[in-house]
Design a protein around this ligand. Structure first.
Ligand SMILES: [Zn+2]
Length: 240
């Protein structure tokens, strides 16, 4: 029986070796969710895929459906995201985006929103999008997962302010009486409201400062917290 072929557009999340000459590429596709596929012969010099299947590559692919792993039949670059590779800061940011996407994406479960967010974040990084591209990506990712933090009133008592602490365990910002978690500055709270309240471009235009650093720290902790909780939930389902 001839194997089923399908086209898709994808970002390469990561790759790993398979045998002497082959590589497995983990793709975040537009239409088919996360797909693992074998790229045959990529580790030989003169591979027909060249550098098109490296992490962060944005590619059009023709895939052959396999029993466990699909097979990459063709790969063609959609655009060059070379500026991502030319600068260490860009590279580090790009990897952070890929890792977070890899944690969130489910095998063969289409998630076009996630695909678009990843492509958008990588393009913004390549275009020197400022210090908040990755934190903003994390917050948007959490919001898309349904865990948008409460930033407009104390998450425990509803007091409108002042809000002085942030705790993702509680689900957002907290007042002086209820405070747990990490201290939250007024400026960082403003920036988080910008990112999650439809003023992303204003936030991305901000220069690096202690405030952007604080926002990045809250974002990273919130994402880690969410991923841990998800992993625990998965483990619970698996042991029952
Ligand atoms: Zn409170």
């Amino acid at each position: 029986m001839a194997s089923h072929l399908y086209n898709d557009t994808a970002v390469v999340l990561r790759t790993y070796k398979l045998g002497e000459a082959d590589r497995i590429v983990v793709l975040l596709t537009e239409e088919h969710g996360k797909v693992r596929a074998v790229a045959k012969g990529v580790r030989k010099t003169m591979s027909r895929f060249g550098a098109r299947l490296e992490p962060m590559s944005h590619v059009k692919v023709l895939l052959a459906q396999g029993r466990e792993l699909d097979i990459v039949s063709q790969a063609e670059a959609v655009e060059s995201l070379a500026p991502l590779m030319a600068d260490l800061d860009h590279l580090t940011s790009g990897i952070a985006v890929l890792e977070a996407a890899d944690q969130m994406a489910l095998d063969r479960e289409p998630n076009r929103g996630l695909y678009r967010m990843v492509v958008g974040a990588l393009r913004t990084i390549a275009a020197d999008g400022g210090p908040l591209v990755v934190p903003a990506f994390f917050w948007k990712l959490l919001a898309a997962e349904g865990v948008q933090p409460e930033l407009h009133a104390c998450v425990r008592c509803g007091e409108p302010g002042p809000l002085v602490a942030f705790d993702m365990d509680q689900g957002g910002a907290l007042c002086r009486t209820c405070r747990t978690g990490a201290p939250l500055s007024d400026d960082a709270l403003d920036v988080m409201r910008m990112i999650l309240g439809g003023r992303l471009n204003d936030a991305l235009a901000l220069p690096r400062s202690p405030t952007t650093h604080e926002v990045a720290t809250h974002a990273t902790k919130a994402l880690e917290h969410h991923i841990e909780r998800r992993l625990r939930t998965v483990a619970m389902f698996e042991t029952h």
